[in-house]
Design a protein around this ligand. Structure first.
Ligand code: C5P
Length: 225
């Protein structure tokens, strides 16, 4: 029996990859199974929060008591997040494609005789940075994720300030620790004042711990009774 520590809290989670169409058959995407984001959404719901999960394409079933919105592209993900309205906690776990085609083709591109194909890409909106913008409707806690191959903590800390989120959950991506599609991961939580590493945990356990820590933080920030 889990205590309803998160009851009364509204939570937004983004998860999975986004797909940016090249043509009706092909797309650009990031590697992401959606497992960590889904586990976080599930853990918040189990703790009594009201959870909306904005999910890119995955084959995972919706966690119990979670309102899931399916999206395909980064632009759709941003739009869906805006539609959700104000939340207390936002957790951006989605591996959003940084780029999309300037114009995607309505017809399948033919191979033809050319040895080269030039695709023109434009930058996608940064959903985490958007959600983190200061203002009256900013969530009291915004958590971002960072998959890094080098200088993990330094890059992640930099990402935290650049995007103006409260915490960054960093995970290393290399031969020893390639989390994609796996059930276990090693993460480092970076906030304004501290850095804490949680080595080799199941994604579900990471989710449970993150929920504990997030709820505690939000409750202490908003307590005025
Ligand atoms: O910049 P980078 O993609 O490494 O940042 C990762 C973090 O930013 C993740 O939390 C991811 O969900 C979020 N992100 C986003 N929208 C983007 C790119 C990244 O929300 N367009």
């Amino acid at each position: 029996e889990v205590a309803d520590i998160a009851s009364g809290l509204r939570v937004l989670v983004t998860a999975g990859p986004t797909h940016e169409a090249i043509d009706p058959i092909r797309y650009i995407a990031n590697r992401s199974s959606g497992k960590q984001g889904y586990a976080i959404a599930a853990a918040f719901a189990q703790s009594g929060a009201q959870v909306t999960l904005v999910s890119g394409p995955t084959s995972l079933p919706a966690p119990e008591d979670v309102a899931r919105i399916h999206v395909t592209t980064a632009e759709e993900m941003l739009y869906a997040c805006r539609q959700v309205g104000s939340v207390d906690i936002a957790v951006c776990v989605a591996a959003v494609a940084d780029w999309r085609l300037e114009t995607s083709s309505a017809h399948k591109l033919k191979k033809g005789d050319d040895e080269r194909l030039q695709l023109s890409l434009v930058k996608n909106p940064d959903i985490l940075a958007m959600i983190s913008q200061p203002g009256p409707s900013r969530p009291s806690l915004v958590i971002g994720f960072a998959a890094e191959t080098d200088d993990i903590q330094q890059n992640a800390a930099q990402k935290r300030t650049q995007k103006n989120c409260d915490w960054i959950v960093a995970n290393g991506v290399d031969a020893q620790n390639a989390p994609f599609g796996q059930d276990d991961n090693t993460v480092t939580i970076i906030d304004e004042t501290s850095t804490e590493t949680w080595p080799g945990l199941p994604k579900k356990e990471i989710a449970a711990r993150l929920v504990q820590r997030a709820v505690k933080t939000v409750r202490s920030r908003t307590s005025h009774s």
